[in-house]
Design a protein around this ligand. Structure first.
Ligand SMILES: [Zn+2]
Length: 206
């Protein structure tokens, strides 16, 4: 089952592209990798579960590093979050894939000069100014989610993850909002809870 999600950025958006070295980063590196969006959703839902009663409905190992996840699920029984997002050595890659529909190359962009910060000292590296192309605020990116698990419990967790992403950050601290195509009619047994989540996601929040 496929559905659309629109992401709008409220601050400049820079995802993808490395920050190593002094080389300037061009728009060709500024692809928006689906893995970055997935990663941000995973971080957001873990944060959300910790803070809300939703943790009574969904389990999470709260691990991010593949080796740690592997360790935690060595019994072969992944937590709900890992089931949805995928985990190391699983036969498939979770319950969904993301496809970026918008041609990011065609979005307006500007060049931002940044300073490389040394991880150890948290100080600017010497001569570490570099420029990077960035998408200015108020642009919309359309993505398509292909949900493959025939499991409403998991679909709800996916929607909660999108909800949590609204309150989180994408890429280099970009403030974003998003809305989701209402596919309640297409879902078997779209119950009240699911209806409510779709309602809360049908328009931008801000
Ligand atoms: Zn897990």
């Amino acid at each position: 089952m496929k559905f659309k999600v629109w992401i709008k950025n409220y601050t400049s958006l820079t995802i993808g592209g490395g920050s190593e070295g002094k080389a300037d980063i061009s728009i060709s590196d500024l692809v928006i990798p689906p893995s970055s969006i997935k990663g941000a959703m995973r971080t957001a839902i873990n944060f959300y579960l910790k803070e809300t009663d939703l943790k009574n409905k969904y389990s999470s190992c709260y691990e991010i590093r593949p080796d740690k996840i592997k360790e935690r699920h060595s019994n072969g029984k992944p937590c709900d979050v890992c089931k949805l997002f995928g985990y190391p050595d699983s036969k498939d890659i979770g319950c969904f894939t993301i496809n970026v529909v918008t041609d990011v190359e065609k979005l307006p962009k500007y060049v931002l000069t940044r300073v490389s910060i040394e991880d150890k000292t948290q100080k600017a590296k010497e001569g570490a100014l570099f420029s990077q192309e960035t998408i200015p605020p108020e642009n919309e990116i359309e993505i398509e989610i292909d949900f493959r698990c025939d499991d409403n419990h998991m679909l709800k967790l996916l929607l909660y993850s999108l909800s949590a992403l609204r309150l989180w950050r994408l890429g280099r601290n970009s403030l974003i909002d998003l809305k989701v195509e209402d596919i309640c009619q297409k879902v078997n047994n779209c119950d009240n809870e699911m209806r409510e989540i779709f309602n809360s996601l049908k328009d931008y929040m801000w």
